[in-house]
Design a protein around this ligand. Structure first.
Ligand code: MN3
Length: 203
């Protein structure tokens, strides 16, 4: 067992009422754990990949042996995406963009409300399961994108500032089929200080 389920920095009920305890607990201990287990299982035969950072593996999926490529893309992506997702949420903290990224968002999208509307469109519009992302391009510009399944834009050469899980398992217990309501509520648990720190480390 090489990859491990990361601990959360807050309790399962800390993001209530926006994200409920049962969803958080199941999401972390069942869904994320399953990605970690299946990733380790896929890499069992190939120890040369077990010491790599998951981010490095996802950046060069083409280098993986054919027989595990799909499993690592899905489960390695699942592990990396959720690790990031847990980190950018917190029960307290800045609820609006701060610092340099705040300026960048205003420049590109007009203001935070317009940014949120565009991010919501991209995330609601993702058919089936997937993620909404804010990415940093190689020319240092930012974009909103979405990916299917557990794909991550880092596999397309982009840097990921943050992402939102829009799989039904992320919201169905509380929000049922109302993905837009979940997205509206999610902004209440996003920690923009952490996102700004991440942006600073990526650029
Ligand atoms: Mn998920």
């Amino acid at each position: 067992m090489i990859f491990k389920l990361p601990e959360l920095n807050y309790s399962y009920d800390a993001l209530e009422p926006h994200i409920d305890k049962q969803t958080m607990e199941t999401h972390h201990t069942k869904h994320h754990q399953a990605y970690v287990d299946k990733l380790n299982q896929a890499l069992e035969k190939y120890p040369e990949f077990q010491n790599m950072e998951i981010e490095e593996i996802l950046k060069s999926l083409d280098k993986l042996p054919e027989d595990i490529k799909a499993a690592v893309r899905n489960n390695g992506g699942g592990h990396y995406n959720h690790d990031l997702f847990w980190k950018i949420m917190s029960p307290d903290g800045e609820r609006k963009p701060v610092g340099e990224l705040a300026k960048k968002i205003d420049e590109k999208f007009g203001d935070f409300e317009s940014f949120k509307a565009k991010f919501k469109d991209a995330s609601v519009g993702r058919f089936g399961s997937g993620w909404g992302w804010l990415v940093l391009n190689s020319d240092n510009s930012i974009d909103i994108v979405s990916t299917p399944n557990q794909d991550n834009p880092i596999s397309e050469g982009k840097k990921v500032i943050f992402g939102l899980d829009v799989w039904e398992h992320a919201y169905y217990l509380k929000y049922m089929n109302k993905r837009p309501d979940y997205i509206d509520a999610w902004w209440n648990v996003v920690n923009w200080s952490i996102i700004e720190e991440r942006y600073q480390s990526l650029k």
